[in-house]
Design a protein around this ligand. Structure first.
Ligand code: M6R
Length: 612
């Protein structure tokens, strides 16, 4: 999704902006641009394509100036082209604007502006907003700050925006409603960005804007207000993020780095939360809502994409260990139907980014119906943790690759801890069972290390099937969501069509697809339906399908039948999804590399989907 960076201070703004835009590339975008204030004029450069295209385009231009803003755009209104790229400037050149989000009533606002003589170069809602600000500024004879306040009062929609006014060149004006913004505080300088990644190399003192906040940002001064113009006291926080965490550190791609980081990220997720001595799990962020969780009549898990898949694993875990009925819903479906909710329901919203628009809307709906809402998120300070009654951070560290990997396994880790804690507190797990599960969870990182060491074997299989047009992924029980996740990983980064199915459903349709050209990845680690999946493998082989089986180490039965076997260490099968998904992540990764795909920024995808 779109990205924002802004700078005001004594340094040259351009290198900070362009570097910031590169840091924001991971969010997904189709064009980029910068605006610099030079001699009280706003100079804009923007270009369709990559930030490197923008850099080449500007190569011989004057990019001096100490104030500037930059943007990466992911098209919503109007095609990706140079004109629709941000920044946008107003008709008379007084204002320049970058904006994340959507102005829903832009059509009506545009009609008003057209009726008073405004003309438009492109099709974006942002161009409407910048002209609205200018119109109010000129017509109302007010200063830039008031013009922004008055314009925002007329806007319906979501925004994170930064405004430059050429007549008031000592400030940037930023505002947030729905779309995150964070201000970095330096020595005689300020930064503003849509997330902390472009700021962390400059400062670790930050202020996260809340909804309906407006910030007037000067070199040495910062004023925070509500959209109603009431002054607020800024809450300065320390960024808990190192520069190394947002760099590739020698890996070819962020995705590979993040797959390899999983042993560490799971350790971090469990750290301080599982005590084998005290035989307890302590999730501090859930303390206040634990009585509600223990007595919940029903738990509903909402999420999108990979987070929804983690939710499915959560359903199995919570029903298994805590015996509470669980439903899992796509946030986008949940928000638009009329779900029956009441105050004995607990809704768990899962989101890596903490910014997914559909999940935020699902939370809003659940809260307004009186349900207790819990967030599971990876990004400290993001919207979902702010909007929920309680929650748990996954501590996976920044996930930059668009394809989610370590977020998935840490989400399952958190869900496992919730399920075990609930099982203990509700008495649905015996002490022996809960202790055994905690011990197993602690051992997962070491088992993941062993899987990652087998990377070469995943690469060899990838080489054999890199030209396949279709893949089928099958699993049963806990491994069904893993099959879905494996298929999603393959399609999003390699663009190969892939479907995930519960293995038993195969004979109700997908079996018609199986022939000697169809690779079928079967997650067949030992569990309570092992014999059944062995039969499914036989059914595939009888139709000459190619079987790539993920099995528990030492399995000799499937080795005899399958074309390829990839072993994972023995583990309790309720926790084995964390292990079984890793070979699938690596298989997808290698296939995509061999097909020459853009691994970290696959086409059309964005890292956090902040629009519907
Ligand atoms: O940030 P979120 O977890 O809310 O994102 C949800 C999905 O957009 C995300 O998981 C998406 O499906 C990934 N590209 C999957 O790899």
């Amino acid at each position: 999704m779109c990205g924002i960076i802004g700078y005001i201070g004594n340094k040259e703004a351009f290198p900070i902006l362009i570097n910031g835009l590169k840091r924001l590339e991971y969010r997904g975008y189709d064009s980029s641009g910068v605006a610099l204030l030079q001699n009280n004029e706003s100079i804009i450069y923007k270009k369709k394509g990559k930030v490197s295209d923008l850099e080449n385009f500007i190569a011989d231009s004057d990019v001096s100036g100490n104030i500037g803003i930059g943007h990466t755009r992911w098209a919503t209104h109007g095609e990706p082209n140079d004109v629709n790229a941000h920044p946008h400037t107003s008709l008379n050149g007084h204002f320049t604007l970058i904006h994340n989000g959507i102005i829903e009533n832009y059509g009506r606002l545009k009609d008003v502006l057209v009726s008073v003589g405004y003309t438009f170069k492109g099709e974006t809602d942002t161009e409407v907003l910048v002209n609205l600000i200018e119109y109010i500024y000129m017509r109302g004879n007010v200063n830039a700050e008031l013009a922004v306040h008055y314009a925002l009062a007329k806007v319906i929609g979501a925004y994170g925006l930064v405004v430059l006014c050429k007549n008031e060149p000592d400030q940037l004006i930023a505002a947030r409603k729905g779309s995150p913004l964070v201000i970095g505080i330096g020595e005689g300088e300020h930064f503003i960005a849509s997330d902390a990644t472009p700021i962390v190399e400059h400062t670790n003192s930050v202020i996260y804007l809340n909804n309906d906040n407006v910030a007037i940002i000067k070199k040495n001064e910062l004023t925070l207000k509500t959209t109603d113009n009431d002054e607020l006291t800024p809450n300065i926080q320390k960024l808990n993020l190192g520069i190394g965490e947002i760099e590739k550190n020698g890996y070819a791609h962020f995705m590979l780095k993040e797959i390899f980081e999983q042993p560490r990220s799971i350790k971090d997720t469990c750290r301080g939360r599982i005590s084998l001595e005290e035989k307890s799990i302590r999730l501090g962020g859930l303390h206040a809502v634990m009585p509600k969780l223990i007595d919940a009549k029903r738990i509903i898990i909402v999420g999108c994409g990979t987070s929804w898949h983690a939710g499915l694993v959560g359903e199995y875990l919570i029903e298994d260990f805590a015996r509470i009925p669980v439903e899992v819903e796509y946030s986008s479906e949940f928000r638009y139907r009329k779900p029956v909710l009441n105050d004995t329901d607990v809704v768990i919203a899962i989101s890596q980014s903490g910014e997914t628009a559909d999940t935020l809307a699902a939370i809003e709906l659940a809260r307004s119906a009186g349900a207790t809402v819990i967030g599971i998120s990876n990004v400290v300070g993001s919207s979902i943790p702010r909007e929920t009654n309680a929650g748990v951070y996954t501590h996976a560290g920044p996930e930059i690759g668009v394809a989610s990997t370590k977020a998935f396994t840490t989400q399952i880790t958190v869900l496992s801890m919730i399920a075990i804690e609930l099982g203990m507190k509700r008495g649905t797990l015996t002490p022996k069972e809960s202790n055994g599960l905690m011990e197993e969870l602690i051992l997962i990182p070491e088992k993941l290390e062993r899987i990652i060491k087998m990377n070469d074997s995943f690469e060899k299989i990838a080489a054999l099937y890199k030209n396949a047009n279709n893949f089928l992924y099958l699993g049963r029980g806990y491994f069904f969501p893993v099959a879905l996740e494996g298929a999603l990983k393959l399609k999003e980064i390699s663009y190969i069509h892939a479907e995930g199915y519960p293995a038993a459903e195969m004979k109700h349709g997908p079996i018609a697809l199986i022939d000697e050209n169809m690779p079928v990845v079967v997650i067949a680690a030992k569990d309570n339906s092992y014999e059944k999946i062995v039969s499914n493998i036989q059914e595939i082989k009888a139709r000459k399908g190619i079987v790539i089986a993920i099995v528990t180490e030492g399995d000799t039965v499937i080795r005899e039948m399958a074309d390829h076997v990839l072993e994972i260490p023995k583990a309790d099968f309720a926790l084995a999804p964390i292990l079984a998904v890793v070979p699938l992540q690596l298989l997808s990764y290698h296939i995509a590399v061999m097909r020459g795909c853009n691994i970290d920024q696959p086409r059309n995808l964005a890292k956090s989907v902040t629009v519907e």
